[in-house]
Design a protein around this ligand. Structure first.
Ligand SMILES: Cc1ncc(COP(=O)(O)O)c(C=O)c1O
Length: 451
């Protein structure tokens, strides 16, 4: 494993002042880059992408389920009818027709904005970046679930924001834990800039907040004057076909809603959006223009043409089936193979299952041994800012074929059995061949392949 190079300002790193042979610009970097270091698991994922390894690590949508002839025809039609617009700069807020179509889509979740309230972004990842940029100064604190989306944590880290994690149970973020976190911050004289939450088909936890819980969380936030950022890329991907009502449906002023076409059409198109109260929308647009001038017109018009010419909801239903089949394969094989003491969530939609390992196990230390056994996962530590999560694993079932998933879970169960034997014999699995030890908490970025 390579050791991260200390960034400039590192009090212990004399290299910081002078640069290094690897990076002569080391001393020049802004303080905000200090948290931007690649994690050790990033290196392991280059090995995990080998064909013999079953990767249950990456959250890549299953693009094979999208008919490419339909996409090709859509692009051809878009270019012939609106090519001169698609290949030009556009509005910083996004294409007006697409914003109207987005209003229809979010209407399925009880959200009824005006198209003026919508800002189109480069994936919802950019919306997360913009929201953090306009609300947070370095040292500010925000609240986020424990665990939380790794890409959001990367943004918070980049803006030097402190994250206070709020515990979850099988129904998502716990209202009582939220009250406690708010009280604890109040005692310290700190007010969180916002609560970041993924209420539907959570990444990585695979759980959803029932309607009553959403209402309770909103009530707590309203009472405390806390803005809510609702991140919802999986809302249409519920396996029972029910579409959960968004939190934003209950509170248009106190919630910024983030959506995406990455999971319902294609991630490579990089189109997402934010629905925001009027003043916030204004600031988001200005921040977006500073970052990218305008979201790519080509992508926006492609998705807009697709929505107006194709039965896009049928494709969403096809995606749901693809993911439901894979969820079933995952849960069945976990039930069949996992050793006693292991537990996991039972997702009703989305891409992920969250595993809790038996006491004494360390998912980060175990990863090299799992990869040697030709199965990859993301250790829980990637989803916390504070080094927690060592006994947890995220499994993504979205991409591999069901038979590969079964084989991957079988291999993983074998690794767990061996770990348990080591623990039974030596009292710990740390120190076994291939272990790199349970040292400092893992709080660095694992890379886009694990999103
Ligand atoms: C919870 C969550 N938010 C945001 C994103 C980013 O998605 P996009 O492709 O729209 O940028 C992801 C991607 O996996 C995600 O899981």
């Amino acid at each position: 494993m390579s050791t991260p190079i200390p960034a400039s300002g590192d009090p212990s790193g004399s290299m910081a002042a002078h640069g290094s042979r690897l990076d002569p610009h080391l001393a020049r970097y802004a303080a905000r880059t200090h948290g931007m270091t690649a994690s050790e698991i990033r290196a392991l994922f280059s090995v995990a992408s080998r064909p013999e390894v079953v990767s249950l690590a990456g959250g890549m949508p299953n693009i094979a389920a999208l008919p490419m002839d339909v996409v090709a025809a859509t692009v051809a039609e878009m270019l012939s009818k609106r090519g001169h617009v698609a290949l030009q700069y556009g509005s910083g807020q996004g294409d007006p027709i697409l914003r109207e179509q987005i209003c229809e889509i979010v209407g399925l979740q009880g959200v009824h904005p005006h198209p003026d309230d919508v800002v189109v972004t480069v994936g919802s990842q950019m919306a997360l970046d913009l929201v953090t940029r306009i609300f947070c100064d370095p040292g500010d604190v925000i609240l986020a679930e424990a665990p939380s989306y790794v890409g959001a944590l990367g943004v918070f880290r980049a803006y030097q924001v402190d994250v206070e994690h709020v515990a979850m149970d099988e129904h998502g973020l716990m209202p009582e834990a939220l009250r406690e976190a708010l009280a604890m911050l109040a005692k310290q004289g700190r007010a969180p800039k916002f609560l970041y939450t993924i209420p539907s088909f959570h990444n990585p936890a695979g759980v959803s907040q029932p309607a009553e819980r959403r209402a309770e969380i909103l009530q707590i936030c309203q009472n405390a004057g806390v803005l809510v950022i609702e991140d919802d890329p999986y809302g249409l991907l519920g396996f029972d076909g029910q579409i959960p009502q968004a939190m934003r449906a209950q509170d248009a002023d106190g919630v910024i809603y983030l959506g995406s076409f990455s999971k319902t059409f294609a991630a490579g198109i990089r189109v997402g959006w934010a629905v925001a109260p009027h003043g916030v929308r204004e600031k988001l647009t200005l921040a977006a223009e500073a970052a990218v001038l305008c979201p790519p017109a080509y992508s926006q018009l492609t998705i807009s043409t697709y929505l107006s010419t194709q039965p896009w909801m049928d494709q969403v239903k096809a995606f749901r089936e693809v993911y439901r089949e894979r969820r079933d394969a995952t849960l069945e094989s976990l039930e069949q193979h996992m050793p006693e003491g292991t537990s996991w969530t039972k997702p009703d939609g989305g891409f992920y299952v969250w595993l809790t390992l038996p006491p004494g196990m360390d998912a980060t230390a175990m990863l090299p041994r799992a990869i040697t056994a030709r199965v990859a996962y993301v250790p829980g530590t990637a989803f916390y800012m504070n080094g927690e999560g060592r006994r947890s694993i995220r499994l993504s079932y979205c991409f591999p074929e069901p038979d590969r998933i079964r084989e991957g879970v079988r291999r993983l169960a074998g690794v767990l059995e061996e770990e348990l034997e080591l623990i039974a014999t030596f009292g710990t699995a740390i120190g076994a061949p291939g272990t790199h030890g349970a040292g400092a908490p893992e709080t660095t970025a694992p890379g886009p392949e694990v999103m």
